[in-house]
Design a protein. Sequence first.
Length: 223
Amino acid sequence: MKDYNCTTSSMKESKLKLTRRHFVSSAAMTPVAFAASSLIAATPARADVMEIREDDTILGDRTAPIAIVEYASLTCPHCADFHRIVMPSLKKDYIDTGKAYLIYRDYPWDQNAFFASVLAHTAGEKRFFPTLEILYAKQAEWGNASDVIAALKDIGKMVGVPAAKFDAALKDEALGEAILMDRMVAANEYDVNATPTIFINGEEFEGDWEEYENVDNYLKDLL
């Protein structure tokens, strides 16, 4: 896996402990500050990273021979590149053809990523991945908006999430804790410390994911 200095923080020396209060305590809360640091490649994954959890969001047939887990942050530009450059072909060649399925898990680096994750989950299971596509495509627009919540509400209108429903979801403690639990488990159990981090059939993909050809060649060897 490459070293990335996105909006990342070092988690190499201690276990990550997060609660919803890290991201949401009031409407006036300022963004969480993360210190930039150099990152090392994560250690090999345990097979249980691929186990499907009750709150997982899955794209494709979960009986497919190739299982892909993606840990991503909606404010990470590298994650946006992955969804813009790689995902269209990955979906067409592997997910839509029943060769692979994708489990997307939240790894919010900051408050805005957390808010965006809440919106995606509020859109519902059928609209979750289309919402992700829009959020990544428009990342620079809503991520740099003076009022991020208002910008996300505009996207919410596009995917059938009324403003009042989004407001209620932001106050939903169970949803907030579930989103942060994805990140905490990834950091503590699987040594995830950069985004996107991708596991394929239990092993961390350490190749160059920025070119679809590299991912394609890796997946072909698994079939």
